[in-house]
Design a protein around this ligand. Structure first.
Ligand code: CP
Ligand code: NVA
Length: 303
């Protein structure tokens, strides 16, 4: 039976650990995987812009011996021309997998139901699982293990927060989520992560106070306004500014490293100087997008 990758929420800790190990292996010995997708074609359909996800999938698939077809939102609008269910069924006639970045998670569920090939979530309103995997791969490389670490996410509770919570709970990483009031992570996804955490012994703390991040090993942040949110920056800036990830926050918490999925906005959610400092893991995260996704593709499609 084909397997999709929409959230990781239904994975076991053992499966997650195995996928992380596969990503490490592929990164260390890429030659051994150079034909993992030989003869396979993957369609990547994007309803929203992307730099990292699009390029890392394209080049990554190429390095596994496969071929990617990119469909942008201009020439292939999902809404309007035909139903999503028919788009997915047609794509599955030719493609061996569908990678999709969509506005609504329900579109991915429709795709997964209609397509006879694996569907991979390249970001939706609720999750960004490929990002989560790359980020924990980065922490694994830096600290030797994710187990027992504490990550403090500071900023807007969003799709990235949710995937960090879920993958972190699977890999044994404690979580502190600090957001301004009214911008908390979704209770639905926090509950999914807590259900996993109850089995893995992970602690998940939510707070509106940055002091809750004291003692964290790493700080993570993301944009204050996600793609598709047209709230004017000026209306939220004052509320978010106390949650800026900067040198003072690093000192307050004692965290040694900072992460951001990017695109980042210098001197808004994170200071430019911190992005450029030795504490920054941003480029390692970006590089690991490709290795993590290649592990996902090899796991779902590899010979
Ligand atoms: N982090 C991330 O998904 O970046 P892009 O939006 O550029 O793909
Ligand atoms: N939360 C951000 C992540 C971008 C990679 C967004 O959805 O725009």
């Amino acid at each position: 039976m084909k397997q999709d990758l929409l959230t990781f929420a239904n994975w076991t800790p053992e499966q997650m650990q195995e996928l992380l190990s596969l990503a490490v292996q592929i990164k260390q010995a890429p030659q051994a995987y150079s034909q993992a997708l030989a003869g396979k074609s993957i369609v990547a359909l994007f309803e929203k812009p992307s730099l990292r996800t699009r390029v890392s999938f394209d080049i990554g698939i190429n390095r596994l011996g496969g071929h990617m077809v990119y469909l942008d939102s201009q020439s292939n609008k999902l809404a309007g021309r035909e139903d999503s269910v028919d788009v997915a069924a047609n794509l599955a006639c030719w493609a061996d997998a569908i990678v999709a970045r969509v506005f609504s998670h329900s579109t991915l569920e429709t795709f997964a139901e209609a397509a006879k090939v694996p569907v991979i979530n390249a970001l939706c309103d609720k999750y960004h699982p490929c990002q989560g995997l790359a980020d924990y791969l980065t922490l694994f490389e830096k600290f030797g293990s994710c187990e027992g670490l504490t990550m403090a996410y500071v900023g807007d509770g969003n799709n990235v927060t949710h995937s960090l919570l879920i993958v972190g709970a699977l890999l044994g990483c404690h979580q502190v989520v600090v957001t301004p009031e009214g911008h908390e992570a979704s209770p639905e996804m926090v509950a999914q992560a807590k259900a996993i955490a109850a089995k893995t012994g992970v602690k998940i703390i939510e707070s509106n106070d940055v002091a809750a991040a004291k003692g964290a090993n790493v700080i993570y942040t993301d944009t204050w306004l996600s793609m598709g949110d047209d709230t004017p920056l000026e209306t939220i800036k004052d509320k978010f500014m106390p949650y800026q990830v900067n040198e003072a926050l690093m000192e307050l918490t004692g965290a040694t490293h900072v992460l951001h999925c990017q695109p980042a906005h210098r001197d808004l959610e994170i200071t430019g100087s911190l992005m450029d400092s030795d504490a920054s893991l941003l480029m390692q995260q970006a590089e690991n997008r490709m290795h993590g996704q290649n592990a996902i593709l090899t796991h779902l499609l590899g010979a």
